[in-house]
Design a protein around this ligand. Structure first.
Ligand code: CU
Length: 350
């Protein structure tokens, strides 16, 4: 229904503009073209000035409305630098924006057509051209250089003590793998992927390094103040690991692993004290990856080292999900006995 109204309003708007244009054409013929042109010039000049004032009020209003709704403090060490970079960029661009826009609209108003004034013919000035090319070029080079420096840092080699986690995106969920006690990820092969066989990542069981690898879905735990390296994969289409609170974003590409690393600054609990009890660190898919894209939301839990160790100890390697009979912690199930028991219960019920 609302779509219908929007279309109807657009059509009406178009018709009205068309009719006004036609009517003003007739008026022009009646009044004489010259007079009418001068009048519309005046109206245009005034409207440009009004546009400037309303536009600036709009900018101020938007800023006031969105105050406090923009992401809070960065939750990773390098995130502070990204924020500083952003503020510097906004400050420079903001200053240029205000100066150029005010001049643009003010000049259009101030120097509108006048019978008492003749336009000064000013076709070219090399000095000016050089100035307005070189000055922005210097600023942009500094900004881009600053950005590249951090980009190479984030995507570059992670510190040796970094916690390693694989992040695997697929339509429409996130899966995570820890290398387990040996610190080595076992080999995997996409043709081995099978949810029926409890092998969601296609781990090759011949590789002993796979037997202690731990898999989680939709939720990943990391440690505060400890660098973490994400090794990112995709099973089907391109996804994107979007970590707004840590100021990171990296594509998950089928067939080409990508990496990022960062150091979280606050545990989830500290973040909840800061930003409210419902706060969670979110891993959102930042690439349109299909009709369930919007559901592709993972949660990152930042623990203290002790909490993390406790959590890790409670997890079982995926090897035992694939081969439950090899799980040493599980008692062997005696199927014959169970059958006898149920017969007993059944006969008691009669
Ligand atoms: Cu996705």
């Amino acid at each position: 229904m609302s779509t219908f109204f929007i279309v109807a309003i657009l059509v009406l708007g178009f018709l009205i503009t068309f009719q006004i244009a036609k009517a003003s054409e007739y008026v022009a013929v009646l009044r004489g073209l010259e007079k009418s042109r001068k009048q519309s010039n005046k109206i245009n000049a005034f409207m440009l000035l009004a546009f400037l004032v309303l536009g600036l009020i709009g900018v101020y209003y938007c800023n006031e409305r969105l105050r406090g709704k923009i992401l809070g403090e960065a939750a990773s060490v390098h995130g502070e630098k990204i924020d500083t970079m952003l503020y510097i960029t906004i400050a420079i661009c903001g200053l240029v924006f205000f100066i150029t826009q005010i001049l643009l609209f003010w000049f259009a108003f101030k120097y509108q057509e006048s019978d008492t004034r003749k336009a000064f013919y000013f076709p070219h000035n090399n000095k000016l051209e050089v100035l307005w090319t070189v000055v922005p070029a210097i600023f942009l080079t500094v900004l881009v250089g600053y950005g590249l420096y951090y980009w190479f840092k984030i995507t570059g080699e992670a510190p040796k003590n970094a916690l390693q986690v694989e992040v695997i995106g697929s339509q429409f969920k996130w899966e995570f793998r820890y290398p387990g006690r040996d610190g080595v990820f076992g080999k995997k092969y996409y043709k081995e992927i099978s949810y029926e066989k409890n092998n969601p990542l296609g781990q090759l069981w011949d590789d002993a390094a796979n037997r202690d690898d731990i898999i989680t879905t939709q939720e990943v735990h990391i440690v505060v103040n400890k660098p973490v390296k994400f090794i990112i994969f995709a099973k089907d289409v391109i996804h994107d690991v979007g970590l707004v609170h840590f100021r990171l974003k990296m594509d998950a590409v089928p067939g080409t692993p990508t990496t990022v690393w960062f150091t979280p600054k606050f545990t989830t609990r500290q973040a909840q004290d800061k930003w409210g009890p419902d706060f969670v660190y979110e891993l959102s898919c930042d690439q349109m990856c299909g009709k369930g894209h919007y559901t592709m939301r993972g949660v990152i839990i930042v623990d203290t080292q002790e909490e993390f160790d406790r959590w890790m100890a409670s997890r079982k390697p995926n090897y035992y999900a694939a081969f439950p009979d090899r799980d040493p912690s599980k008692p062997k199930i005696d199927t014959t006995r169970k059958l006898n028991d149920t017969t007993k219960v059944a006969s008691l019920g009669k």
